[in-house]
Design a protein around this ligand. Structure first.
Ligand SMILES: Cc1cc2nc3c(=O)[nH]c(=O)nc-3n(C[C@H](O)[C@H](O)[C@H](O)COP(=O)(O)OP(=O)(O)OC[C@H]3O[C@@H](n4cnc5c(N)ncnc54)[C@H](O)[C@@H]3O)c2cc1C
Length: 160
């Protein structure tokens, strides 16, 4: 698990319920996560935090998937090879909206602006739903519900 925030800690703690061992790669010498989440990670004997560390290379192949990773200590420059069977990243969220190329209004973080509670964007007839316009929740059930909202909005738009 790569990251030092709440999401990374939560996912590391979850993975530790499924795996024998979890490495958490943290680029600084402290976790950004809340105290409660820090405690969950640091008190879990299955999770080993690699401080001051970044990923140098992920190793794997089409047949086996991920088989390892080279982790670099940014203070010493030393590279350590980990034998791992999975690699998860939780270092922030960037909405995939670049393809819109300025045609639809976005907020400063790049999320599509919708006219809540409707899914209308600033362009009549263009509606948005899901994570791409949700900086707060980003959950599958919320995205699905917003998809339903957008479908109703589209139908009403066409009927008009
Ligand atoms: C590690 C992880 C764990 C999660 N766990 C949970 C959980 O337990 N419960 C929960 O409710 N949610 C969870 N989520 C969140 C959930 O996955 C998202 O909220 C949900 O997938 C959002 O759905 P979406 O349709 O808005 O976006 P996405 O599922 O991201 O779908 C967007 C689709 O658009 C495609 N696309 C992108 N750009 C273009 C383009 N230019 N042209 C055409 N297609 C394009 C993408 O390939 C993708 O298929 C988790 C997310 C992650 C990353």
């Amino acid at each position: 698990m790569v990251g030092g925030g709440d999401t990374a800690c939560e996912e590391a703690a979850y993975l530790a319920t499924l795996c024998r061992k979890v490495y958490q790669i943290v680029r600084r010498d402290e976790l950004r996560a809340s105290k409660a989440m820090q405690h969950r990670v640091l008190s879990n004997p299955k999770i080993e935090v690699l401080w001051n560390s970044v990923t140098d290379e992920i190793i794997g192949n089409d047949m086996d998937g991920v088989t390892g990773a080279d982790i670099k200590n940014v203070k010493t420059g030393k590279i350590q090879r980990l034998d791992i069977a999975g690699f998860f990243v939780a270092i922030g969220h960037q909405p995939n909206t670049a393809f819109l190329d300025g045609q639809i209004e976005l907020d400063e973080a790049g999320y599509i602006k919708v006219q809540n509670p409707s899914s209308a964007t600033n362009i009549p007839g263009v509606f948005a739903a899901g994570d791409v316009c949700d900086p707060n929740y980003r959950q599958a059930c919320v995205a699905a519900a917003k998809g339903c909202v957008a479908a109703i909005d589209v139908e009403r738009f066409l009927n008009k």
